[in-house]
Design a protein around this ligand. Structure first.
Ligand SMILES: [Zn+2]
Ligand SMILES: [Zn+2]
Ligand SMILES: [Zn+2]
Ligand SMILES: [Zn+2]
Length: 511
């Protein structure tokens, strides 16, 4: 490196940036020495932030019927009031014994970035959820789970209304006259002259089973859903709310501040800066539900003046990842000549191999297109700075055009061959009597279905053959390259498919 002497080991970010830019320059066919360092201001900035913690204790309770059983993770109390007082004690002690701060710090220590940039975030820990419950006898039924039946007053039976409890009704034949209405001299045969018959509704019992309680005399208690118990379960969730503030940003370079707001404070610890945490508890004082923690982010940053092939520019380098801002598209000019040749090749006026030349960037773009990665972003991933998006887009588009030109002849022959083959198959089908007879022997609907299947199958085969032809042609030309299998068949291929369909329809109509 020509200016190795000026790169002091005190500026690792600057060194890394220059190495990277020189490698990009080389990729664009430039001499690495066109990247010259004019001056750099590099520093690891210690940015102070404050994290405010606020103790959070929330309860959520739920009523239910039936008895709740104690488990290793669930404490069950004998009464609802005992439960309520335990919940209150828990809430108070969470803040008063100060342990919440220790828990929160322990948790923050494990968190990447220690909470830098977090706003209105909830910090939780493994013991943050406490489950409690209580079951009590139902106050309405006193644990019996039943009520005496309202309709039968607990007896289970109702008086028969028809016979008023007597079990007998007036004889339906003589209406109590005791004589046979058809033969007034004789006794009524129905009631044997008594004038009464057994009640048809209660079958002589004088009472009927209470339809409400089905004879049990009681109904399930509605207050406890027939369980005899009312229960309450409470979940106490304890944690801390986090709020981050940046007290002062004065003295920080404007380029650094711009990048910080672009990346977002909460993302800063994701590979851009190291964050350290420090907490000094306030002197012995009353229990508190808030605490403040000091965070310091160490962020490397450099403002570098660089000459790109003679032209000066100010480049900002941000964070441990060395994000670059302000790099001019210096590669555009470097690949302008190669682009011109590529345009010629796309017109078919030059061989693509010659047009590519020795430039690494062009070769890399070519390999991308061959392997099916034709989007300009694939190239921009390799050259994220230095190459404009317009140039990347143009290079990829020209490469695709040029490749199409190269395979045009093969694709045309393949299309011609396929059309001829398909025509022969159709001719056999429609004009050779024994085969034609098979088709005519079918029901009209079956015949149409069969013809459709034949046409679709033929088109599918032709499409596969044309795709393969395009791939084969590329593979043949560039044996060492990785060629994508999903080649497009192009306009030639599509026309062939259209022509084959028309031929089929014509033959079907003529036959
Ligand atoms: Zn009850
Ligand atoms: Zn009843
Ligand atoms: Zn009756
Ligand atoms: Zn009678």
């Amino acid at each position: 490196m020509p200016d190795k002497m000026t790169d002091s080991p005190l500026t690792p970010l600057t060194d890394k940036t220059l190495t990277r830019l020189r490698s990009l320059a080389k990729g664009g066919g430039l001499d690495p020495s066109v990247i010259e360092l004019i001056e750099t201001k590099e520093k690891v900035f210690a940015i102070k932030g404050t994290l405010t913690l606020q103790a959070q204790s929330e309860t959520e309770s739920q009523q239910s019927f039936g008895r709740i059983k104690q488990t290793p993770t669930l404490r069950v109390f004998a009464s609802l009031s005992e439960l309520a007082s335990e919940v209150q004690t828990l809430q108070k002690s969470f803040i008063q014994d100060g342990r919440w701060i220790d828990k929160a710090l322990e948790e923050l220590d494990k968190t990447k970035g220690h909470g830098w940039g977090l706003e209105a975030a909830l910090l939780s820990w493994s013991t943050q959820k406490i489950q409690l419950a209580a079951s009590e006898s139902c106050p309405t039924c006193h644990g019996t789970a039943q009520h005496p039946c309202n309709d039968c007053k607990g007896i289970g039976y109702l008086h028969c209304y028809t016979c008023e409890g007597r079990g007998r009704e007036l004889c339906p034949l003589c209406y109590g006259h005791k004589m046979d209405p058809a033969n007034p001299e004789k006794k009524c045969w129905q009631c044997e002259g008594t004038g009464y018959a057994i009640c048809r509704f209660c079958h002589g019992q004088g009472k009927t089973v209470c339809p409400t309680c089905k004879g049990r005399g009681s109904t399930p208690c509605t207050e406890c859903n027939g369980t005899g118990f009312i229960s309450q379960s409470v979940t106490v969730t304890q944690g801390a709310r986090l709020d981050f503030t940046l007290p002062s940003t004065s003295g920080l370079p404007s380029g650094l501040l711009r990048m910080m707001s672009r990346i977002g404070n909460d993302k800063l610890a994701e590979g851009h800066a190291d964050v350290a945490l420090s907490y000094t508890p306030a002197e012995k004082q009353k229990p508190t539900d808030t605490a403040q923690i000091d965070l310091t982010a160490s962020l490397p940053y450099a403002d570098i003046k660089i000459r790109f092939a003679g032209k000066g520019a100010l480049v900002n380098v941000f964070g441990k990842k060395g994000i670059l801002v302000g790099v001019p598209p210096f590669l555009d000019k470097a690949v302008a000549g190669a682009r011109q040749k590529l345009a010629e090749a796309a017109q078919g006026n030059q061989a693509l191999q010659d047009a590519l030349g020795p430039t690494r960037l062009m070769r890399e773009a070519f390999d991308l297109v061959l392997s099916g990665k034709t989007h300009p972003n694939h190239l921009r991933r390799l050259y994220p700075v230095g190459l404009s998006s317009e140039a990347a887009k143009d290079i990829m588009a020209l490469l695709m055009l040029a490749l199409k030109k190269e395979t045009a002849a093969t694709r045309l022959y393949a299309a011609g061959g396929c059309t001829l083959g398909a025509t022969l198959v159709f001719a056999l089908l429609f004009f050779v009597p024994p085969i034609r007879a098979l088709l005519d022997g079918l029901e009209p609907a079956e015949s149409i279905a069969t013809q459709l299947v034949i046409l679709t199958a033929t088109l599918g085969l032709v499409w596969a053959a044309l795709t393969y032809a395009a791939k084969w042609s590329l593979k043949h030309r560039y044996p060492s390259a990785k060629v994508a299998t999903n080649q497009t068949i192009g306009k030639t291929g599509l026309s062939a498919l259209g022509v084959i369909t028309v031929i089929y329809l014509l033959m079907a109509a003529l036959s």
